[in-house]
Write a protein that binds this ligand. Structure first.
Ligand code: CA
Length: 459
């Protein structure tokens, strides 16, 4: 019997049961507010394409990220593990000569886990997990392709990108002005970078449509600087507040890009074999970029819900119920864990993922919860948040008594019920301590410690 005849039944079965390895596209915005997408009730910024992900799939009302600022949140997402476990608990400085300033090599990225099972992985946009090219570049961390910037933010207009080589930028603010990298090569600036990233994402899908892929489309919008192309600004004459108008235009540019990527999937008949997730990396910094997290309390950086509960939707045509809403807490850590599970990729026993495969929960097969508890620690501020069921304790600073909120009837965290439920406070605090016992201290000095870092280097 020929090999073809032996393989044929497996091919047929895989068609019948849909066991073909699915693709995944994760579209992550930067500093987008909880309330700034249509599917979470936004009225002044139409986001029809982003909303279509929720309409064709599941809107997760309690979607969390692992940290309330960019770097650690992304370190969690990219490893599917709490970043506090491996010392990534600060925003890294832009230090192209420091190999320790970023994601430790002791951890594996999702792209590294997917590679042995035949996935092609790409990242387009913001990296922010280390600027030391020989050790921290995305292609040193399992990605096959990169188009974007290594630092924590970027200026948007091509004429402002005046530093050719990423490694020549000294510090955070200069890093915003580097040319973008295509893999390892600096590329002469071409256009408004949100549109540039969308072009690259469409091309990525076209190029990789015939094999399993993982695409991390990591828009730096709508992170500051607030800069919008006229094409998008012109859509918002009715918004009088200049900051909000520019922010709206930046979000609108992302929405156009999302629409183009989704159209490309449709064009090649890939919708039923591609999971598409959309989220923000942390809550909106409302005064900086005019975002809004209503009805949540707090902003980017906080342990209040507004810091780390984000817009979160996921579609998988034919596999997840269209237009549904899921209330149990889910996490950005689950996205990588989902594709790792579906791809059949191996995970090291001594570094188990904190995320779980969301599909059985979102399609109703598994009626229990993906997570009993969601955790947050901010080492430098001695802050904690622990959500168990619908109740959450928050320790605002070291030594402070925990406050307790019931999110089922107090989503805005207005009424501290710690005194009414001391036993419940204690239970959640025990969970916190147990989790905390498995964490380590931060391994690098972050952005707010730049002066201390420089002093140490001089010694
Ligand atoms: Ca961010």
């Amino acid at each position: 019997m020929k090999l073809f005849h032996l393989l044929c039944p497996f091919f047929f079965l895989s068609l019948v049961y849909g066991t073909e390895k699915p693709n995944m596209i994760v579209i992550m915005c930067d500093d987008l507010g909880y309330a700034d997408v249509g599917f979470n009730g936004c009225k002044d910024i139409p986001t029809p394409h982003i909303d279509s992900i929720a309409e064709n799939g599941v809107r997760c009302t309690s979607g969390y990220v692992a940290y309330s600022v960019c770097g650690p949140s992304r370190a969690g997402f990219i490893t599917a593990r709490y970043p506090q476990r491996f010392g990534f608990e600060r925003n890294p400085q832009y230090q192209p000569n420091d190999p320790d300033m970023g994601l430790t090599r002791d951890e594996k990225t999702i792209a590294e886990l997917l590679r042995p099972v035949g996935y092609h992985s790409g990242i387009i946009g913001k990296w922010h997990l280390g600027a030391h090219i020989p050790t921290s570049h995305p292609m040193k961390r399992g990605f096959d392709e990169f188009y974007g910037h290594l630092g924590g933010g970027h200026t948007y207009f091509p004429e402002k990108l005046t530093i050719e080589r990423s490694q020549d930028a000294k510090g955070e603010s200069e890093s915003y002005r580097t040319w973008l990298l295509k893999n390892y090569e600096p590329v002469p600036p071409r256009k408004y970078i949100t549109d540039d990233f969308s072009d690259e994402a469409v091309a990525f899908v076209t190029r990789n449509r015939d094999w399993p892929f993982f695409l991390f489309l990591s828009y730096n919008a709508p992170h500051t600087p607030l800069e919008a192309a006229d094409k998008y600004l012109g859509r918002f004459p009715q918004i009088k507040d200049k900051k909000r108008q520019t922010y709206a235009a930046m979000v609108s540019a992302v929405d156009d890009g999302v629409g183009r990527v989704l159209a490309e999937l449709k064009k090649y008949g890939l919708e039923e074999n591609t999971i598409v997730a959309f989220l923000s990396d942390n809550g909106g910094p409302t005064t900086k970029n005019a975002s809004t997290n209503a009805p949540l309390r707090g902003n980017k950086g906080d342990a209040w819900e507004g810091g780390f509960r984000v817009p979160f939707a996921i579609q998988w045509r034919g596999k997840l119920p269209a237009g549904s809403s899921y209330e149990n807490p889910v996490s950005a850590l689950d996205l990588g864990a989902t594709i790792v599970a579906l791809a059949g990729a191996a995970v090291s026993k001594d570094k188990p993922l904190d995320g779980v495969n969301l599909i059985p929960f979102l399609n109703g097969e598994n009626k229990s919860k993906p997570h009993d508890t969601i955790y947050l620690r901010q080492f430098d501020r001695n802050r904690f948040a622990v959500r168990n069921g619908n109740e959450k304790i928050i320790i605002p600073w070291k030594g402070a008594a925990p406050q307790l909120y019931d999110l089922s009837n107090d989503i805005g965290e207005q009424k501290d019920i710690a005194k009414e439920k001391p036993m419940r406070v204690q239970e959640l605090d025990v969970l916190r301590k147990k989790w905390n016992d498995n964490l380590m201290e931060p391994t690098f000095l972050g952005l707010i410690h730049t002066a201390a870092w420089a002093k140490r280097k001089r010694k």
